[in-house]
Design a protein around this ligand. Sequence first.
Ligand SMILES: Nc1ncnc2c1ncn2[C@@H]1O[C@H](COP(=O)(O)OP(=O)(O)OP(=O)(O)O)[C@@H](O)[C@H]1O
Ligand SMILES: [Mg+2]
Length: 427
Amino acid sequence: MHCRNATVGDSNAAMPRNGRSGPIAWPSEVPTDAPAEVGALSRAFQAMRSDLRAVLSGLRESEERYRRSIDSASDAIFAIDPITLKVLHANRKAGEVAGAADLTGRAFLDLHPADQRERGQQFLSRVTSMGEGTLPDIDLCCHGGTRLSVSISASVIVHGAGRFVQLICRDLSERKRMERELVQAEKLSTVGVLAAGILHELNTPLAYIQANLEASRKAARRLPESPVARALDAGLDDALEGVQRATTIVRDLRIFARSRDDASGRFDVNDAVRMALRMAQHELKYRATVLTELGEIPQVLGQATDIAQVFLNLLVNAAHAIASGSVGQNRVQVVTGVAGDRAIARVSDTGEGIPPEVLPRIFEPFFTTKPEGFGTGLGLAISRDILRRAGGDIRVESTVGVGTTFIVELPLAPAGPLAHLPEHHFG
Ligand SMILES: Nc1ncnc2c1ncn2[C@@H]1O[C@H](COP(=O)(O)OP(=O)(O)OP(=O)(O)O)[C@@H](O)[C@H]1O
Ligand SMILES: [Mg+2]
């Protein structure tokens, strides 16, 4: 077999031939139509070569795909050396978190704040000996000296003769924020229960304050005319007006805080609007002129207190979208009416408006643009839930710098006794 040692296609191969020395110009490929064994061998080598090329290019593609998927992952992913704990590779997100374009060669433990490096080290030695592990909560140092809470899941990956540790670090900040908001929401609901009890207790003293003030005013009016009697009468008038206002607020809040075990019912949408306007008055009066156009509407299905809560949320949001001070220039308007078999209420404001990138998120639970401690981001999520349970819905239209309108729809209650209605109407 003359060709056993020849490298097919290797143009640098040079061998003495027939005892003569000097380089020989081998053909770069043995022709596949060469006679007998040589031709067969050549064809076999050619086929092998093209198979190898296909495998190699497949490998390159899959490596590229893997690299791209690691790079576009939303988690920070590191490959580190199991002995030196130095970074071998880090994806784009990891670079963004650490604020460095290339982390290769950096000691991974240095990416933890100093007070957490020991924990990080213990975790990594556990992973290198056990082959995998998770660390539910540890911090990474971020660009600008801040910290990012992450959970790390790690595994030792063996490839060929080598090994590396892959660390997938998931950002926990959103989850932690939601947990904080949930605690806040729980606290608010506890305060709500407490407030309901206090309101109940306030009812009785308010009733006898009112009764006594009325009796005193009657008696004062029987006094002989004098400056003292006039002052007394005016003072008692003011006190009575104040106590009546307090009684209205307590009544509204009590209705509002009442538990909702009776989910069925029908009511006048305008009553719910009026109740919400009374409760939001304090928020609105220094910011906007309130206008109402309450049309004639048949009753709708649902609970007045739930729907009043929706309007209260919308009115408070409207107030918060308007800076205080220019009451004359700003407007919050509520218009109600009927369209087909739906009652429609439009709550609009001349506030700052909602930017288009924020608009799709405003109904998400816990989404808020208000500073921490000022909004739970639950108002609109709860409102939409209440309306959908009652068979209605809510939409929004907004222009930055012009204002926002929320459109509330509710199904009208059909004529006839409620008991004849299909069950889902009772939400
Ligand atoms: N009338 C409005 N004008 C401008 N932005 C609004 C208006 N109503 C809602 N938004 C935006 O929608 C976000 C979500 O509103 P939502 O009522 O759900 O929560 P919040 O008002 O921030 O907090 P919470 O109501 O729980 O106290 C607000 O943070 C704000 O960015
Ligand atoms: Mg709100």
